[in-house]
Write a protein that binds this ligand. Structure first.
Ligand code: ZN
Length: 80
């Protein structure tokens, strides 16, 4: 079963496309991924899928869930 090892190692070495930080996506793990602790709205999830094909780190997901901009450097548009 050595052939599956490569894919597994690769899954452990993800890079967040938003902040560029290395993180571990647990989607291939036996246990639940850390991102399951972050609740994102359906609309936000759709935006993320459209912009990025892969996972983001939990830190970014949590930030986005809190209402942050998709891009860290994006100009904040306050509607309040
Ligand atoms: Zn990130």
């Amino acid at each position: 079963m050595a052939m599956s090892d490569a894919a597994q190692v690769k899954a452990l070495d993800d890079r967040c496309p938003r902040c560029g930080g290395a993180f571990h996506c647990g989607v291939s793990d036996a246990g639940p991924c850390a991102c399951t602790t972050v609740t994102l709205s359906a609309a936000l999830q759709a935006q993320l899928r459209e912009r990025w094909s892969g996972c983001l780190c939990v830190s970014c997901l949590a930030t986005l869930a809190g209402g942050a901009e998709l891009e860290p450097g994006a100009q904040a548009t306050r509607s309040t």
